[in-house]
Design a protein around this ligand. Structure first.
Ligand code: DGL
Length: 278
């Protein structure tokens, strides 16, 4: 397969969460054309089997390849855990970049050597995640406290988030980690950066030393990795200007537009959103 430097980069997630990664890609590579797929009719991925998530990931990547992409970013921790190794076998020539919970940076940051990880149930139960957790624990002595935040993605997928619902879910999920004295919290799902303010608010109300607790998310690292891989293969676009972002959603296009414009501040004029029916 031959790729063209002027081709777009494909990015996908189960829904709006991947925009927390796309915003870093857009900042790092502002001249690249981007095609985003929000698989919202199938969200959340976190309660699906890895086989189901793999099937969706392949269907979406095939769709993106039909749009002539030069790279695909799996902007979803759950799909990365379930599908990335199969995808690399299936598309050996394509640049495939995934995202995984930032256990490594968190282990380096933690002074208490206790790190909390918020992620979907599917990510936490995956072999990939468990292998990484055990390996880093052996290497660094850091203890990881994993918390599946069932229900949180559904709340973030709504156009108008229900603050009370989000607070009540956090009330359920954060205290065990805070009581265990974690000083670093990994946002192991790309939806969660969009509730970081709620997380900070909860921690401040719950503990005296809220400033000592840091949140780690790996969206920026993914953008840097993509940039390096494109540069290595001479696939960075030579075009200048700010191209339109093409987006597809299996859900409500107003919800996706709202997330683009209000959450990651992409102007409406730069967006073209269509329905995704796969
Ligand atoms: N945003 C996703 C992740 O990073 C998936 C969330 C979901 O659909 O459950 O894990």
């Amino acid at each position: 397969m031959k790729f063209d430097s002027s081709a777009p980069v494909g990015v996908f997630d189960s829904g709006v969460g991947g925009l927390s990664v796309l915003q870093h890609i857009h900042q790092a590579l502002p001249h690249e054309k981007l095609v985003y797929v929000a698989d919202s009719s199938f969200a959340p991925y976190g309660d699906k089997t890895s086989h189901e998530i793999l099937k969706r990931s392949i269907a979406i990547t095939d769709f993106l390849l039909s749009q002539d992409i030069k790279a695909v970013v799996v902007a979803c921790n759950t799909a990365t855990a379930a599908a990335i190794s199969h995808m690399r076998q299936l598309y050996p020539d394509l640049i495939v970049v995934g995202i995984e919970p930032g256990l490594k940076p968190a282990a380096l940051l933690s002074k208490t050597k206790k790190v909390g990880v918020l992620a979907t149930l599917s990510t936490i139960q995956s072999d990939k995640y468990q292998r990484l957790r055990v390996q880093l624990n052996e290497e660094t002595g850091v203890e990881f406290f994993s918390q599946a935040c069932v229900g949180l993605v559904e709340q973030i997928e709504k156009k108008e988030v229900d603050a009370d619902q989000i607070r009540s879910l956090l009330q359920h999920y954060l205290p065990p980690l805070l009581n265990a004295k974690v000083d670093t919290l990994v946002l192991g799902c790309t939806h969660y950066p969009f509730v970081a303010d709620f997380i900070h608010e909860f921690i401040s109300a719950y503990t005296d030393d809220s400033k000592l607790i840091r949140l780690v998310d790996t969206g920026k690292a993914v953008a840097t990795r993509l940039q390096h891989l494109l540069a290595d293969r001479l696939l960075i676009t030579s075009e200048s200007g700010t191209p339109a972002i093409t987006a597809y959603t299996g859900g409500n296009s107003e919800t996706l537009k709202h997330a683009f414009t209000e959450w990651i501040h992409i102007p409406e004029e730069q967006l073209s959103i269509s329905t995704f029916l796969i």
